[in-house]
Design a protein around this ligand. Structure first.
Ligand SMILES: [Zn+2]
Ligand SMILES: [Zn+2]
Length: 357
């Protein structure tokens, strides 16, 4: 991070801020990214990109947590989609008319309501009295794209946070560090790290997906379609129409590799039969990766056809998949892409940004 040029409230718009560094926990989810002190753990997240949350707890006895919520101000919750909302963007495009301005969220009003609710709850529960302070609105961000308002509160515990609206991505984000009374100083320190590194939208066309010890970057147009989070196996699947990016990370590589060679192990776990494809090697993070490239088999195409639900996006016809063993972390990684012939270089792009050690 560009420490001396970075005023405490300015977000860092460089991917350097999220490079793997041993001294911090990097979190990336649905286009939001930030870093925290080492060993913090993601304990909750949502699958919805427009209205989402992520929660990260401090290590050990875990008396502190970071809670982040966001919503897309350009897509207010409308219930079931009405014909107007479905067709209006299409006609605007046809007539080359700009989208209507996004209604401004009144941050002060929103924050006041949230804090008032918290005070009411505190009173009902009869616990410590709830007190809060808010700061005036302030422009922040590299290009003043955020209007932000800071707040602190004490009650049954204490918290320090911020609510802001970003004019670039139209997200309204509320993030806070919560802990016990005794955590006072630490809450302040964690909050400065959180807000100095917070990005609410991608700056280079890639979303960072970082949780536990996985850190991968995926083009923003691919959305999270499925995930499996188990001790020992992390699986994230991303979709753009019927095209797919699949990222897997397994622990205890030494145990798996006692029974199988990397090649055999990969063939057993690959999305489709790869034995007859073209095999080559690539270098990923200094490791030798085995790579299989070929035409997407018929069975996989049929599955893709079923899953694409009438999408007009290019249909996947090709497959590239590869795996490597990270000795340093004792983990096995695999990246697979099911892509259209016109989508070139996707595997290199994703595998090249899938960090391991
Ligand atoms: Zn933004
Ligand atoms: Zn590695």
């Amino acid at each position: 991070m560009a420490g001396n040029t970075n005023k405490s409230d300015k977000p860092v718009a460089s991917t350097e801020a999220t490079a793997v560094l041993p001294g911090k926990t990097v979190v990336g989810w649905q286009g939001v990214r930030f870093s925290l002190p080492p060993e913090w753990n993601v304990t909750g997240f949502s699958l919805d990109r427009d209205n989402g949350y992520v929660r990260v707890d401090s290590p050990g006895t875990a008396t502190m947590s970071v809670q982040v919520r966001w919503s897309n101000a350009a897509k207010p919750e409308q219930g079931p989609p009405t014909p107007y909302y479905m067709f209006a963007p299409y006609f605007r495009k046809l007539l080359k008319r700009p989208a209507p301005p996004v209604p401004k969220t009144d941050l002060r009003q929103t924050l006041d309501r949230i804090l008032k609710d918290a005070a009411k709850e505190a009173k009902k529960s009869g616990r410590a009295p709830f007190e809060c302070q808010t700061r005036p609105e302030k422009a922040e961000g590299l290009n003043d794209e955020r209007i932000a308002m800071g707040f602190t509160w004490t009650g049954a515990g204490r918290g320090q946070g911020k609510i802001w609206r970003c004019s670039t991505c139209n997200r309204v984000v509320m993030a806070q560090v919560v802990g016990l009374q005794k955590d006072h100083n630490q809450i302040g320190a964690v909050a400065s790290q959180l807000f100095a590194t917070f990005q609410d939208h991608s700056v280079d066309g890639n979303d960072l997906w970082a949780l536990y010890d996985l850190q991968a970057e995926v083009p923003t147009e691919f959305h999270l379609a499925a995930h499996r989070v188990m001790s020992g196996h992390l699986h994230l699947a991303f979709a753009r129409g019927a095209e797919r990016i699949l990222i897997d990370r397994w622990g205890l590589a030494n145990v798996a590799l006692k029974r199988f060679k990397l090649q055999e192990w990969f063939e057993r776990n690959a999305q489709c039969a790869t034995a007859k494809m073209t095999h080559s090697n690539a270098e990923v993070n200094g490791h030798k990766a085995i790579v299989a490239t070929g035409v997407l088999p018929l069975a996989a195409r049929l599955t893709a056809m079923k899953e694409c639900k009438g999408s007009m996006r290019p249909f996947p016809t090709r497959y590239t998949g590869g795996a490597w063993h990270c000795e340093e972390q004792n983990k096995l990684f695999s990246v697979q892409v099911l892509h259209n012939a016109k989508t070139e270089g996707l595997w290199d792009q994703v595998a090249g940004k899938c960090h391991c050690h």
